[in-house]
Ligand binder design. Structure first.
Ligand code: EPZ
Length: 427
């Protein structure tokens, strides 16, 4: 398994290109199942999860062709076309490796009137149930059966009727599945307390480009009037606001000055507000956002929340940044039940973090000491990179396959702004 080795202490200075958003790409790709015409996605990031999703689409009969990349994009162009579906089954051996596979459930049900998808199971950060996905689809008329670890969903008469569902808890994935199921329904579907993440706006905008009728995009109430068919489209994946926020934390902890090229401030206001509270200088630039820092980070008090609140996907990275700050910072993780897996690893580097239930108190220390550490999940692994960039001596991050799921060309991007970082391939 590859390892990333960092010799800390370099201030990051320069421009970091921000790739297309992983969590937008993973909900845009299944949209190709909703039509027999080609869907072309631009600015697609080069990530393990995106490749994995492409393989899943192929298993269902959807062709995927990489077509290089446009000069104005950092990502690739992929055209996906499901002329006819050869399967409506997402098997366990694929779904267990990539939970986002559950996002084929809604599109398959809409296109083919049925879907059989392996239950994704839990992961390091929580048990990740999908009950809300299923309740929303049932509200639109689907008949759901759970058997032998699979969800089998059927639309009576081959087409969802329409209906209304109010989410008791905001769920990004359940909102995405419900929207993709609703666009081809016979009637109108209404979702209340829907997730409002920018990735959902990207999904809705792409579906509208394909001919869907969706009102309330970007709000917590989505009204989708079903249409008989959708057509192909070309759509550009939004920039990854979590990648951008992660590199912003790296800039702050190293007291550097970087431009996050392609990042959009309007999609990451809570992150930028927290960075300002920590003492960073944040400026809009022509091509993105500039993040600069001198001195140690001020203490912050942050509680994760659904968008537009502070993103749970930013918690671990911000915590790493706070470890070298002044005073004590307070974090409360309200979304997932086990999202402090980075804490024991950060402690090996000399961080002072006390976790009690959903709350963590981070007391700033004078310095961190590089050490061999273990990545446990995607965002936790990025927090270890961030700490290693500022630690004295060498940090080796193991199990970097976690990182490769969500950070494209990480070591190249960091080397380009002065980090002493390299990937040691295990062969
Ligand atoms: C998406 O996961 C993201 N993944 C996650 O990013 C992100 O952390 C999460 O949204 C929250 O923003 C992708 O987009 C591929 P949820 P998702 O459904 O959809 C509970 C990363 O690091 N819930 O919004 O799975 C759930 O247990 C990843 O890039 C139910 O109870 O998250 C959690 O407590 C990690 N029943 C809360 O809702 C359900 O049916 C929010 O989960 C669904 C969810």
């Amino acid at each position: 398994m590859d390892q990333i080795v960092i010799r800390g202490g370099q201030r990051l200075k320069g421009r970091i290109p921000i790739s297309g958003a992983k969590n937008a790409a993973l909900t845009l790709l299944p949209c190709a199942l909703l039509t027999d015409e080609p869907l072309t996605l631009r600015n697609l990031p080069r990530l393990a999860d995106v490749d994995g999703f492409g393989h899943l689409l192929n298993q269902l009969g959807c062709s995927t062709t990489i077509e290089g990349s446009r000069p104005e994009d950092f990502g690739r162009v992929m055209t996906a076309r499901a002329t006819t579906l050869t399967s409506t089954v997402a098997p366990y051996d694929i779904v267990r490796k990539m939970r986002a596979s559950i996002l084929v459930l809604g599109p398959l049900l809409a296109r083919a009137g049925e879907a059989t998808v392996s239950l994704p199971g839990g992961c390091a950060i929580g048990n990740r149930p999908i009950d809300l996905h299923l309740k929303a689809l049932e509200a639109f008329g689907a008949e759901i059966e759970l058997a032998s670890g699979y969800v089998k969903a059927v639309a009576p008469g081959g087409r969802l009727a329409g209906g209304k569902f109010t989410f008791p808890v905001v769920s990004v994935g359940a909102t995405e599945n419900a929207v993709m199921a609703a666009v081809l329904a016979k009637g109108t579907c209404v979702l209340e307390n829907a997730a409002r993440e920018p990735e959902i706006v990207d999904l809705c905008n792409c579906l509208v480009a394909m001919g869907a009728h969706i009102e309330g995009i970007g709000t917590e109430t989505l009204t989708i009037e079903g249409v008989d068919r959708l057509h192909g489209a070309t759509y550009r994946v939004m920039a990854d606001r979590i990648e951008a926020g992660s590199y912003a934390c790296a800039a702050v902890i190293t007291q550097g000055d970087v431009e996050l090229v392609g990042a959009k401030a309007s999609e990451m206001e809570a992150t930028l507000a927290a960075l300002r509270e920590a003492g960073a200088t944040i400026e809009d630039t022509k091509g993105g956002i500039r993040v600069a820092m001198s001195g140690r980070a001020q203490p912050v008090t942050l509680s994760t929340a659904p968008y537009p609140g502070f993103a749970t996907d930013m918690q671990a990275q911000f915590m790493a940044m706070a470890t070298l700050g002044t005073g004590a910072s307070l974090f409360t993780e309200t979304i997932f039940e086990n999202r402090y897996m980075h804490v024991p690893e950060l402690a090996r580097m000399g961080c002072d973090i006390q976790v009690k239930g959903r709350t963590a108190v981070v007391r700033g220390v004078d310095h961190l000491i590089g050490a061999p550490v273990m990545a446990t999940d995607l965002r936790a692994s990025m927090s270890l990179i961030i700490a290693g960039l500022a630690a004295q001596g060498q940090t080796e991050v193991n199990r970097v396959y976690h990182l490769d799921r969500g950070y494209e060309r990480l070591e190249e991007k960091l080397q380009a702004v002065g980090a002493d970082i390299e990937r040691i391939s295990a062969g």
